[in-house]
Every structure is written in C-alpha cells, then in structure tokens.
Design a protein around this ligand. Structure first.
Ligand code: HEM
Length: 225
C-alpha cells in the first residue's frame, strides 16, 4: 500500500480521488447556494441550509469531506516540495509554456490562493453557524432554524470588499479546475486522443459553470441591494 501511494501513479491517483470528491462537493454546495437568488425572503435558502445541517447522511459525509480537503492540500504540498527538490532544471530556465497550460504549471499557487479564500470563508459562515453559534434563529413554516440567509446576504450587502474576495475566490477555483478536472480523468485512464479532447472540453465547461455560479451570488447582492 505504501509503495503504491509513493509511486508516481499512486500520487496522482490520490490527488484525483480527493479531487473528484471535492468536485462533487462543489456541485452540491453551489446548488444549495443558488437558492439565495430565488427567494429574497430567505426562506428557501434557510430551508436548504437547515436540510443540509440536519440530514443524517450529510452528517456522515461532512467529516469525510473535511478529511478530503485536508488530504488533498497536504498531499499537494508534499508533492510540490518533493518535485522542487528532485527537479534538475529550474522551471524558469526551461520554456514549458508551449507544452503545458498556465493553470497546470500553477496548480499549487492557485490551490494556496483558494486555501486562503477558504479560511476567510469558513470564518465568515461556518464558524458562526457551527462553532460559535452566534447566528439568530428564524421560524420557517413552523420550524425553528438558524437564519443562514441573513448571515450570507448581510455580509454581501454590507461589504464590497467581501463581494470581491468571493468573486476572486470563484475565479481562482475555476482556473484550478480547468486543469484539475482533466487531470483527474486522465489519471484514472481516460486519456486516449478522442476522450482527451472531450474531457478537456467538459472540464472547461464545468470550471466556467463553477466560477460563474459562485460569482453570481455576491454580484446579485451587490447589484440588487
Ligand atoms: C458565493 C459563494 C459561497 C457561499 C454563499 C457559501 C456559503 C456557505 C455557507 C452558508 C456555509 C456554512 C454551511 C453550514 O455549515 O451550515 C459554507 C460552508 C462551506 N463552504 Fe461555502 N459558500 C460559497 C463558496 C464556497 C466555495 C467557492 C468553496 C470552495 C472552494 C466553499 C467551501 C465551503 C466549505 C468547505 C464549507 C464547510 C463545509 C460545509 O459546511 O459544507 N464555499 N459555505
């Protein structure tokens, strides 16, 4: 097992599996977050957030997700440091710009910027909802729940800076995914000529949908309120 994890394919496989897992999380997270745009009373989003917070299956998946994030980040750091030590020719000296995309050469930098965004994001929302419990309650259809809508909408309505941070975070995430999506599929073997082009295309569409989807939310509050 340890020789597989340390082998070249083992390392990429590990990044791919955790990456797939994170991509599924992004689809679910974005779907729930888009409810913010369809009901300005906040009831719809509050119900969605309450469902996610109380559903027993999600309660099992959430710690696994956190583990997925941590492993993806730790392993990426380990690989980057190891590659830097092993690389005989400095990237600056070799012209790799023709044979690889900017995103593929800067996955670690992009990942680090996303991590910085994620720390800010967790402090903004998760911490208050799940750790400090400082979010006021609200009644929706006779059920008491935390006013997650008030928290999110309140931040975006009050702060241009936070809106810009969230839009920038979404764009970095999109660029990271343009390479990450394709790379994850390539590692599990879908890398012949026909599939390569198809997966590259689907990866770009996926990355754009994620970047635009997450950016639309702060933009909506910025423009409408
Ligand atoms: C407009 C954009 C976004 C909004 C409005 C938003 C909203 C939220 C909210 C309200 C929570 C707390 C949910 C709870 O625990 O009850 C949360 C948690 C979280 N968000 Fe976001 N989010 C956004 C973008 C992102 C992005 C781009 C990422 C990934 C890079 C992300 C990753 C996470 C993670 C890992 C958690 C903690 C796990 C969880 O509670 O599901 N979010 N987000």
């Amino acid at each position: 097992m340890s020789s597989f994890v340390n082998s070249s394919i083992g390392k990429k496989f590990f990044m791919s599996i955790t990456g797939f897992f994170l991509m599924m999380f992004l689809v679910v997270h974005l779907s729930i977050n888009l409810l913010l745009l369809f009901d300005d009373s906040g009831n719809l989003f509050n119900q969605g957030a309450h469902f996610m917070a109380t559903n027993p299956l999600i309660k099992i998946v959430e710690p696994l997700l956190a583990l997925g994030f941590v492993l993806h980040i730790l392993y990426a750091t380990y690989l980057t440091l190891k590659n830097q030590k092993a690389r005989p020719v400095n990237y600056k000296k070799a012209d790799l710009s023709k044979s690889s995309s900017w995103a593929s050469r800067n996955m670690f930098v992009l990942g680090t910027l996303i991590l910085i965004f994620l720390v800010i994001h967790i402090i903004n929302f998760y911490w208050q909802l799940k750790v400090s419990h400082t979010v006021p309650g609200v009644m929706v259809d006779g059920v008491e729940m935390e006013n997650a809508y008030g928290l999110v909408a309140g931040l975006f309505k009050a702060s241009l800076i936070y809106c810009l941070i969230y839009i920038t975070g979404a764009v970095f995430l999109g660029i990271h995914l343009t390479h990450g999506f394709w790379s994850a599929f390539q590692t599990i073997g879908w890398n012949n000529d026909i599939w390569r082009k198809r997966i590259e295309f689907v990866g770009k569409v996926f990355a754009i949908l994620i970047a635009v989807g997450f950016s639309i939310i702060p933009l909506y509050f910025l423009i409408k309120f």
